[in-house]
Design a protein around this ligand. Structure first.
Ligand code: BGC
Length: 316
């Protein structure tokens, strides 16, 4: 039995997931608890530390066996200084999270953007295994991205590397405002939030669609209606896929990855979404930048964040 264990913590707006990983990135135990953002910063910080310790306790291990702690956070992260610069859905903006956690947990800590960390997880032990260069999109409430080049995540100069959801891609004539304050971001059309917004707009315009009978208007309801042949829902899915494929065509001439990996809740739509994304990518990408390039579904699901976060500290 190895005594080298790593904790990977995935902080989300609703829950905090902690995974205990071995040197190969295999999860031995996980613990999940509520983030409790409404109870404020101190409570969220206390929860992170408490869940980390509880995960190790539940696994029947000693805290001394933990070598390091990695953390993924949805937002703009300065990974070098270990600071959460801005997190729209968490009360952690401005927090020196690395320093804080190193003090309360007594272990080396590294932090990173949630999607960068998920991309690392997929690259280490998911759909990106064996590929030196891969680019992961996470399609959820927002659109996250992570670029892995020669096995390392590109954080960039100020942590903005791989913020693919904020590529300006929708033409001004059709663009709406993004949560980041700018207009035309990929996130406005390819996130669950964007898909629901497009569906709501169609309903408000009085378009005939089976979506008017869907109980709750969710991205899944839009995909289900599209799969069942609803024209409006299909146009929305086509639009999301068009811009995803178009954005990949841009990334292809910058990074030239061999694999694009699509994860996050929206990716549960599976091949129905992916085949449309591939079609758009093929139509827009430069020949030599698309030859041999594959677009595949993520493999680690909800665990990518924990596995990738642990990966941040595995090479310490
Ligand atoms: C944020 C990213 C984050 C993504 C997924 C985006 O809106 O800008 O930092 O990775 O959502 O959570």
């Amino acid at each position: 039995m190895t005594d080298k264990w790593y904790l990977g913590i995935d902080i989300g707006g609703t829950s905090i997931k902690v995974g205990l990983c071995d040197v190969d990135g295999a999860l031995a135990h996980t613990y999940e608890g509520p983030t409790e953002t409404d109870r404020g910063r101190e409570c969220v910080l206390d929860n992170i530390a408490a869940y980390a310790r509880r995960c190790v306790e539940e696994a029947g291990m000693d805290w001394g066996q933990i070598r390091g702690v990695g953390v993924g956070i949805p937002g703009q992260i300065d990974a070098v200084r270990g600071v959460v610069e801005f997190a729209a859905n968490l009360p952690l903006s401005g927090v020196r999270l690395k320093d804080h956690l190193e003090k309360v947990l007594g272990k080396p800590v590294r932090i990173g953007n949630d999607a960068n960390v998920a991309a690392l997880g997929e690259a280490l032990s998911g759909a990106g295994r064996g590929a030196a260069n891969s680019v992961t999109y996470t399609l959820g409430t927002g659109v996250g991205g992570g670029i892995v080049v020669n096995g390392r995540v590109v954080d960039g100069f100020s942590g903005m590397g791989g913020e693919l959801g904020h590529m300006t891609i929708v033409p001004d004539s059709e663009a709406v405002r993004c949560g980041c304050g700018r207009i035309g971001c990929l996130e406005t059309v390819a996130s669950a939030t964007g898909i629901v917004r497009m569906a709501r707009e169609a309903l408000e315009q009085g378009v005939r669609t089976t979506l008017s009978e869907a109980g709750a208007l969710t991205a899944k309801a839009v995909f289900d209606a599209a799969k069942a042949g609803d024209d409006t829902a299909r146009r929305i899915v086509d639009r999301a896929a068009h811009y995803l494929g178009l954005s990949m065509a841009q990334v292809a001439v910058i990074v030239n990855p061999e694999r694009f990996i699509v994860g996050g809740g929206v990716a549960a739509a599976g091949e129905f979404l992916l085949e449309r994304v591939r079609k758009s990518f093929r139509a827009h990408a430069l020949d030599r930048a698309r030859e041999g390039v594959v677009i595949v579904a993520a493999e680690l699901g909800n665990c990518a964040g924990m596995i990738g976060a642990a990966g941040l500290v595995r090479d310490l």
